[in-house]
Write a protein that binds this ligand. Structure first.
Ligand SMILES: *Cc1c(COP(=O)(O)O)cnc(C)c1O
Length: 399
């Protein structure tokens, strides 16, 4: 039956994804089950989406309750769960105001618009250019794709949206050299996700912040992957002792439900006035109720953030041990919290497939970096199980 589903998937859906031959049907906590009943430990979690695991009972109940009360109304009216979520995010971040949308790319589009509008409102000359990093990933819509510093993703979709410039990540001199009077913002991921879990040096973002301040340009942090507890803090910028002017969120925000957000300081948010930006489904009651519950659970006793930090270190320590064991296959293990990469000396696709056949869902990004973004509720013994499987797989690889 799984075979039939896969055949129909390949027949009726556009071939945008290179999917593994697995149909996932059910999930609970850190585990998911295929249509054939096979059980998997999920170290991907929807690519950093299911931060509290699959079907967290409190998120399920929140959605059920909200579904019985109100699914959708227009942003022509005030929406209770949206107000509550905005307040929760503002009270727990640098920001003063929030705007809600439905995905990461949509949040990035809105952030680009907000930065340009702010510059337009405050500058006399053309200030529209946004500098981003090579290896970055900001989404697949035209603006977000143009911002993304990866030519291979842009190929065939030209002409791109003008006004984006790319510089090497973690290179403050290159960034400084690329700023002109036309620059309105710098947009960065605090830790590059799709780019292969690239962590900047400790003082890089602080230097970026200072550079932005000196040149009167905005700092946008794309925390779509790093946000919502993934790195052991609610937002990754907290590790670097800085505040952005604008931040984008999505992925983990709804604990498994589609929602995106743009957060901004008061003075920047003021550039979005009635009629400048909108989203029909943005901030709908259902998605907001899931996000409220997700953030409440993450914050209520600090357990999940502490677990993320502690187990992230444990995980990394185990991966470092593997690296010492297999130096000809593994270049390096790196990560912050439970956003972890294992860079290989070769492409990682076959390792991912072998792991899946042994009940471990992992992912490979940037060609040769195995990526682990498990739910923040993962257990030490579950990490041990993955490490055992990886060790066994590497053992059988030519090295
Ligand atoms: C996933 C991701 C996006 C795009 O999010 P979508 O919801 O897929 O549009 C943008 N930026 C970063 C950093 C991401 O990880």
């Amino acid at each position: 039956m799984e075979k039939k589903l896969i055949n129909e998937s390949n027949k009726y859906l556009m071939s945008t994804y290179n999917r593994y031959p697995i149909v996932l049907r059910k999930g609970r906590g850190t585990r998911v089950w295929g249509a054939d009943g096979k059980e998997y430990l999920d170290f991907i979690a929807g690519i950093a989406v299911n931060c509290l695991g699959h079907c967290h009972p409190r998120i399920v109940i929140a959605i059920q309750k909200q579904a019985q009360r109100l699914l959708h109304v227009s942003n022509l009216y005030h929406i209770e769960p949206q107000i509550e979520l905005a307040k929760l995010l503002v009270e727990n971040s640098f920001a003063d105001r929030a705007f809600f949308c439905n995905s990461g790319a949509e949040a990035v589009e809105g952030a680009i618009k907000l930065a340009r509008k702010y510059a337009n409102d405050h500058a006399y000359h053309d200030k529209y250019e946004i500098i981003t990093a090579y290896g970055s990933f900001h989404g697949r819509t035209m603006g977000a794709l143009s911002a993304t510093g990866q030519e291979k993703l842009q190929k065939g979709f030209e002409p791109l949206v003008p006004g984006f410039k790319h510089v090497p990540f973690n290179d403050i001199k290159a960034l400084e050299g690329s700023i002109t009077k036309n620059t309105c913002a710098v947009m960065l991921e605090p830790v590059q996700g799709e780019g292969g879990i690239r962590i900047p040096s400790p003082d890089y973002l602080k230097q970026v912040r200072e550079l932005c301040d000196r040149n009167n340009i905005l700092l946008i942090l794309d925390e779509i992957q790093t946000g919502i507890g993934r790195t052991g803090k609610l937002f990754a910028y907290e590790h670097f002792d800085i505040n952005p002017d604008i931040m984008t969120l999505a992925k983990g925000l709804g604990g498994g439900i589609a929602i995106g957000a743009i957060l901004a300081s008061e003075s920047v948010a003021a550039s979005f006035q009635p009629g400048t930006h909108a989203s029909t489904f943005g901030g709908n009651p259902l998605a907001c109720s899931a996000a409220i519950t997700t953030i409440e659970i993450l914050l209520e006793d600090g357990f999940h953030l502490a677990n993320c930090e502690h187990l992230g270190k444990y995980f990394l320590q185990k991966l470092n041990k593997l690296q010492k064991e297999f130096p000809s296959i593994i270049v390096e293990a790196r990560g912050v919290g439970l956003m972890i990469g294992l860079e290989l000396t070769k492409t990682g696709g076959s390792i991912v497939e072998k792991s899946a056949s042994r009940g471990m869902l992992i992912n490979c990004t940037s060609g040769n970096v195995l990526r682990f973004t498990p739910p923040l509720i993962i257990l030490e013994k579950e990490i041990d199980r993955l490490i055992d499987v990886l060790e066994d797989i590497f053992e059988r690889e030519p090295h």
